[in-house]
Ligand binder design. Structure first.
Ligand code: OXD
Ligand code: MN
Length: 593
């Protein structure tokens, strides 16, 4: 416990409002966690899985109406709407506090309030920031114990300081109409009510480590980004680090844990995972950009995870894991999800906990007919990942050589291109986008712009966020080079051309060669593109001509995209930095030349 008067008075105030029967402090001990798991099993909140096959693994089901982040109900409550910008939902802070007060009053009656002191980043490191989450959910406590660093040492490190992020979560009635995920950046406060789903309630993750942290980063001169961090080890033992931003569900976890193709593996190449979702980046004393993953575990999407797409993630989930909304195989008390293998369990419950008939599965109605919810998850400890980086707990982080942006584009973006410089790279990030595929929605090519993969996660005005990127460029003497990749180009029949997964390493190698000044490139209107000969295709069943196609730049498609970008910049509004418009004009001019 603590004598910190700021912490104690805030907890008193929150307890007076929510009126729990009792208050329990989470100390980070195994004994306490074990007792909470047992309690959750006794109430049905958790189901204990086969402990021989899946030691210390549990299954949880959320309410059927509560299975994903809710962007429409996520608010940034800055004093003025202009500070939050046009991309965020906004409400006047006083009005929002009053609204929330009604929802929280008495919400924990008959329940326990758990106090979770946690750290984002290694406790005591320069990067670390502390938070306290109050919650009435054991599921949240157990997930936070995996996803963050929890315990008394956080309170010791905080000492008497008021410098921590307050987070209040109450499940209340899980009422969708009154579900709110609210950020008050000026008050270091996050309030979440009427949800029990991960991204809405594990307040250290998206709410703190991205929305609040991005706001703090701008104030304090660092960056909080929706990026994986990986280290690529060469046969001589040298390791180069890359961070990469992709929109949700574009394979960040897969890239972060990739296994090199056999040809490279045999030569001694390895990939090490530092993080799969969030990076905090600071300028180091040596003038390079250094990154840490502030999290301590993975909250990964289960469907599609298998021995080909991500063997390391699969191995990570074999112990100490909480599965959420996956399919429950009753024959051996294990779990299953679509894309795990071709053997759906015959005797199983679906993600809703109903008897499941795998023969009725219809891929056009996944939510209705699948065994696992399409957004079902595993919460697993980074320490259990076979390829976790030895620098995972580093106090200083890892030096970043390259930043990669990526999206899902059927035609427009080539396999890879490099920006001309930091300002142009910021522009490339600002125009990031993904397209819906025919399989997903029926409408092909509907573009959603998702700048730096941060559209749902910037805790202030998107235009000011781009300005912050530009400002950061001026204070990093030895800045990473910025690239864009697209693993998702399709042929005329809609099939992916590039094999993806482990083979993506071939593109990473070109990127790192560029950073080391070892590879040439072709200058195109959109940036530097590789010579087809410079992508190593040893051991890959793909022709040079196909690589050439993958690297081609379709000017017409890009000119159409420019119009879409103009509309998006208009939507972002008058905080878009002039430099971004300069870059847009220059791109258009180069395309028209
Ligand atoms: C996301 C996630 O939605 O990481 O981006 O869960
Ligand atoms: Mn994410």
């Amino acid at each position: 416990m603590t004598n910190n008067k700021y912490v104690l008075s805030w907890i008193d105030e929150m307890a007076a409002m929510t009126q729990p029967d009792k208050i329990v402090w989470i100390d980070g001990s195994d004994e306490q966690a074990e007792a909470l798991r047992a309690e959750a099993c006794s109430t049905g909140e958790l189901i204990k899985l086969n402990q021989e096959l899946l030691p210390n693994c549990y299954l949880h089901r959320t309410a059927v109406n509560d299975v994903a982040r809710v962007e429409g109900r996520t608010f940034i409550c800055t004093p003025t709407q202009e500070e939050a910008g046009n991309i965020n939902n906004w409400m006047d802070p006083n009005e929002m506090y009053a609204k929330l007060k009604k929802l929280y009053t008495g919400a924990m009656k008959g329940r326990t309030m758990y106090v979770i002191p946690y750290s984002m980043g290694v406790v005591g490191s320069d990067f670390a920031k502390y938070g306290i989450e109050l919650t009435d959910s054991i599921y949240v406590v157990l997930n936070m114990l995996i996803m963050t660093r929890v315990g008394n040492n956080v309170l010791e490190a905080l000492g008497d300081s008021p410098d921590y992020i307050k987070g209040l979560h109450a499940k209340a009635d899980l009422d969708e109409e009154n579900r709110y995920i609210v950020h008050f950046p000026q008050d270091n406060t996050i309030m979440s009510v009427n949800s029990g789903y991960g991204g809405n309630v594990l307040l250290g993750k998206k709410c703190f480590a991205l929305r609040i942290a991005s706001y703090l980063g701008r104030k304090e001169g660092w960056m909080a980004e929706h990026m994986l961090i990986l280290g690529l080890e060469y046969p001589d033992g040298e390791i180069k680090y890359i961070s990469a931003a992709f929109p949700s569900a574009c394979g960040k976890t897969n890239l972060a844990m990739l296994i090199p193709p056999e040809y490279f593996r045999k030569k001694g190449y390895k990939v090490w995972c530092v993080g799969d979702d969030i990076a905090w980046l600071r300028v180091g004393k040596d003038g390079r950009l250094w990154a840490v993953n502030p999290e301590n575990g993975f909250f990964g999407v289960a469907p599609g995870t298998n021995d080909h797409s991500n063997p390391n993630a699969l191995a990570t989930t074999k112990r100490d894991t909480i599965f959420t909304n996956v399919c429950h195989d009753l024959d051996n008390n294990t779990v299953w999800w679509e894309g795990l293998n071709d053997n759906p369990p015959k005797n199983a419950l679906n993600w809703r906990g109903e008897k499941w008939d795998y023969t009725k599965y219809d891929k056009n109605d996944k939510v209705g007919t699948s065994g696992a919810h399409p957004n079902s998850r595993f919460t697993a400890s980074a320490k259990n990942c076979p390829c976790v980086s030895s620098e995972f707990d580093s106090l200083t982080g890892v030096p970043i050589s390259a930043i990669i942006f990526g999206g899902r584009r059927a035609k427009t973006a080539p396999l890879v291109y490099q920006s001309f410089n930091w300002q142009h790279g910021t522009f490339v990030g600002s125009i990031m986008a993904s397209e819906t595929t025919a399989a997903a929605s029926g409408a092909v090519g509907v573009v959603r712009r998702d700048p730096m993969a941060m559209r749902p996660f910037v805790g202030y005005n998107m235009g000011d966020y781009w300005k912050h990127w530009l400002e950061m460029g001026k204070i990093i003497p030895n800045a990473p080079k910025i690239f864009h990749v697209n693993w998702f180009r399709t042929d005329d029949e809609g099939h992916f051309i590039w094999p993806g997964f482990g083979d993506n390493m071939r593109v990473l190698l070109w990127i790192l060669d560029r950073c080391a000044g070892k590879a040439d490139a072709v200058e195109t209107p959109i940036g530097y593109v590789p010579y087809a000969e410079d992508i190593n295709i040893e051991g890959l069943d793909i022709s040079r001509d196909t690589i050439r196609d993958l690297l081609s730049v379709d000017k017409e498609a890009w000119l159409a995209d420019v119009e879409n970008i103009k509309d998006f910049y208009k939507l972002v509004g008058d905080h878009v930095p002039a430099e971004m418009y300069d870059e847009l004009e220059a791109l258009e001019a180069r395309l028209n030349k």
